[in-house]
Design a protein around this ligand. Structure first.
Ligand SMILES: CC(C)(COP(=O)(O)OP(=O)(O)OC[C@H]1O[C@@H](n2cnc3c(N)ncnc32)[C@H](O)[C@@H]1OP(=O)(O)O)[C@@H](O)C(=O)NCCC(=O)NCCS
Length: 217
């Protein structure tokens, strides 16, 4: 089944492999496992780490809209506008999501990242490893020149992941979080800064057939 899926939709054959984990486009088995993680909890309910407060949606809409989000990213894929919703696999289990998105990548060569892990998997270095993995896809695999990210001012873990990987602060925005105005930190990683910390133990498998889909042929 997986081989046939990859024949028709090469993104299903793409793997980013590190010593600790693997990232692959979330297939339906992964998607249901990820919704299990969402139900278990992705963050302390007293805070909101996300830009869009999707985890505040009540059940069962949360589960259903989460499924639709994954399906939508696959259905809407185009070389000019894509979101790779990567399932993060540790010891054979999907434990979280590492996204990579871009608009007009062929011209702009710029990507954005977003991520979450099930709460029970946090604080063990997986977040840093999965960001390093997706950046390897972006810079080494697709030839990106810049990666952008962002986090609320008080999301220490997310800010620490970015800092550890060489991002620099690129200004601030004021955003709406649960009805209040809050500061959001913009982060940018240039190709030079990535190169400085580049890892040599991350493998990209099955990328060649996907390059056109990413606008990176
Ligand atoms: C953000 C997230 C993906 C990070 O993943 P993680 O596996 O928990 O993070 P790691 O264990 O890799 O730790 C990353 C860094 O934060 C540090 N850290 C760990 N726990 C921390 C804590 N409670 N407070 C502050 N820093 C912490 C680590 O030491 C590490 O920094 P270092 O490399 O300088 O040592 C994960 O915590 C998560 O899913 N959080 C909820 C959703 C979220 O915030 N998503 C991002 C939205 S912008």
């Amino acid at each position: 089944m997986k081989e046939r899926a990859a024949r028709y939709w090469p993104l299903f054959g793409l793997r980013i492999v590190t010593p600790l984990l693997e990232i692959r486009l979330a297939d339906d088995d992964d998607v249901f496992a990820l919704v299990d993680e969402i139900v278990e909890g992705v963050h302390d309910p007293s805070t909101m780490p996300f830009n869009v407060g999707w985890t505040d949606i009540p059940s069962p809409r949360l589960e259903r809209e989460s499924l639709q989000w994954f399906w939508r990213q696959r259905a809407q894929w185009g070389p000019d506008n894509w979101t790779f919703s990567g399932a993060v696999i540790v010891d054979g289990h999907a434990v979280g999501v590492q996204d990579l998105s871009a608009d007009n990548f062929a011209i702009l060569r710029t990507v954005r990242t977003g991520s979450w892990l099930g709460m029970r998997h946090q604080g063990r270095g997986i977040g840093k490893e999965m960001r390093a993995a997706i950046l390897h896809l972006a810079f080494a695999g697709l030839g990106a020149v810049e990666a952008n990210s962002g986090a609320w001012h008080d999301n220490a873990r997310s800010l620490n992941v970015s800092d550890a990987l060489g991002y620099e602060i690129n200004g601030e925005d004021v955003g709406l979080r649960r009805g209040s105005a809050e500061r959001q930190v913009r982060l940018r990683l240039t190709r030079d800064s990535w190169q400085y910390k580049r890892r040599d133990d991350i493998r990209l498998v099955g990328l060649e057939d996907c390059l056109e889909l990413f606008g990176a042929a």
